[in-house]
Design a protein around this ligand. Sequence first.
Ligand code: SF4
Length: 298
Amino acid sequence: MTKKVLIARSAGFCFGVKRAIAIADETAGKRGTGDGREGPIQSLGPIIHNPQAVGRLQEKGVRVVETVDDISCGKVIVRSHGVTRSDRAALEGKEGVTIVDATCPFVTKAQEHARTLSRNGYAVVVVGDPNHPEVKSIISYIDKGVPVFTSIAEVKAAKGVRKAGIVAQTTQSFENLMAFVAAAMKRFPEVRVFNTICNATALRQQESTGLAGIADVMFVLGGYNSANTRRLAEICKAINPRTHHIETEGELAPSMVEGASVAGVTAGASTPQWIIDGFLERLKGIWKCDRIEVSFYR
Ligand code: SF4
């Protein structure tokens, strides 16, 4: 019997991650073409939340450092989440350090809106996880002394604020943004909203939801440390209990596909194509069939 694999059309790298990896690859590729004094290539935090992709970059000479203090020379790649204003200033102040900026343009836009709002007298509501590096970077662009709110409870408790502007972490859901908008409109006489959500996350979730509903078994590929991949796995599991979140094809066991003839595959925004390809190859081997029909699902 022909086995079928349906792959979510958006599975894998989003625009910003693809761009960041290309920038890192290009930077690593230029190594040794200078005067020999260019120093190490570092990324401030892992470029993406995928251990295998970070491992490959490490082999090419891009090492991960955790803080600005760990950098004294060479090139530093700023990942797609962006960096706080103070970290950027500290890096710019280091002699012999060159910044290679891979901040996703959508994140830059959210930073700019936050700064402009604060400079125009608006308190700023940032919809997102305050501990996430992207949200920390957005907040850092708000001028000192301007009230900042990151929860609906804080918005409801705000006092003496006449106008507020809202920006969102790029991966937030539209529903959550709207809940903040509703709370802000009840609290402040003037509210400005910038919809800074990027549709990469919503698109992956929509496609994966549809796929999980029709597949016999569902696979979500990507780093265990990737929040968007874990969320995809949760969403798929709620629809299809036979959902497996795995990082690489090595974790694909024959028992996972036993009795199944349609496998659905999706992958987080930080999962490289070669991980998806490796998974398909292994699945072909397990199913031992000459022909696996592979189609894209939207
Ligand atoms: S999810 Fe959207 S904002 Fe985030 S890196 Fe990807 S394209 Fe950029």
